[in-house]
Write a protein that binds this ligand. Sequence first.
Ligand SMILES: [Zn+2]
Length: 533
Amino acid sequence: MAAKAGKRVLVFDTTLRDGEQSPGASMNLTEKLEVARALDLLGVDIIEAGFPITSPDDFEAVRAVGREVKRPTVAALARCVAKDIDRAAEAVRDAAKPRIHVFLATSRIHREFKLRKARSEILRLSVEGVRRAKSAVADVQFSPEDAARTEPDFLAEVVEAVIAAGATTVNIPDTVGWATPDGFRRVIEHLFEHVPNIARAVIAVHCHDDLGMAVANSLAAVQAGARQVECTVNGIGERAGNAALEEIVMALATRPDAFGGCRTAVRTERLYPTSRLVSRVTGMVVQRNKAVVGENAFAHESGIHADGVLKERTTYEIMDPRAVGLKTSRLVLGKHSGRHQFRQRLKELGFRLTSKQVDDLFFGPFKELADRKKEVFDEDIEALVENELVTAPEVWRLVGIQVATGTGGMPTATVELENAERRTRVRDAATGDGPVDAIFRAMERLTGVALKLADYQIRSVTGGKEAQGEVRLEAQCGKRTVAGRGVSTDILEASAKAYLMAINRTLARRMKKRRVNRKGRRGRQASGKSKRK
Ligand SMILES: [Zn+2]
């Protein structure tokens, strides 16, 4: 443990940047703001909100997040190029605590094949980039991309130079997931031994999970003196993903003995709700056996284990499920609950909604659900809110479906949709291999969007006979994957909602593309940039 460094580890969340870059995880502006608010509540120190030069949408997202959340630092990514840095500076201008994060590859393989630049050139550009960012904001972070594969002495030289140029944080990324815990610890130790001005900056790490070692590598770096860890909720990110925020946080909280008492300021009881939110807006399902936030993380199936936990929880549980925000289903509301109770419960669940949103939810979907289902659980309410509010923009809205099935017959579905913009309703029917297939075909006819279904899963959100069913699906539109999710007490309706969400997302993506193309040269300039870091 480096003696100089304190015990506080800063959490730099890059769910909205690195996480959002992963295939199938793109979020729209409304969803990004929702996630940013959740990250603020969670207590992360820095939110990396995007890479402004890559697209007008990324720029807009960074600016909106900077205006929305005031407690955490809001960072924008930029290459060591003047126009990138200036665009990033513009994007964080309204943030209460702005940071510009510049990066340039330093490893031999990137220098020779990607950049075709000598060491001296890399050094000069790094320093120039930091200086340019420093002229716009005080808080500047520099990342030598692919640091884990950079010659240790050259890496030390770059780190010293950028700190001298004004970098206040230097992040050491394992961009390609190449490092091992021992090797990465030595990389960080080497820097603490060979960079004379290292105490003037926070040393950070950014690890990828290609070999499943992102969290282990990050924690080894903390043992060597790193005091900022870059991570994402549920570990989403490029390729196999980034270090998972919830795992880093709980490892430090559960094993202070192993990490010299280092700690984060994350409110651990917000981990589970935040994980659920990110999973919902990205459509990326969390694997059941995922550490900390997986459905099975606190489930005990074997008789011996279950018996042990009942006698004394700590026999088989090293973390208290309540500490990560997991709670058992509780009956909270029903048909006779009032609007005040509903509003109160929403607040307790961490949703911050306007009065109009609460009223719309209460008199619409909540009343409807309470009629159909006598007991309304927390999970039902969460599903309601997210189903109704997080799926914007909605081009088509489901009005109704009717399905006719029978033995030996042909399942037929009649679907009615409303176009949200034109306020017109359309109706059509189609046959299919099964009732769900028939619904999807009818929707394709109505919207003109043809998707290829790649994955389809049903699960119950809550217990009981009247449980809400959740359908999650992934569909292919050309080369791109689009996810959809729907919740209802009726599985066919949930399927219809999920498919419609995928259709709406496809349409939103097409509109976005058209907007970018209209912007002409700027759009073209920004395309084709490497988003990897
Ligand atoms: Zn990355």
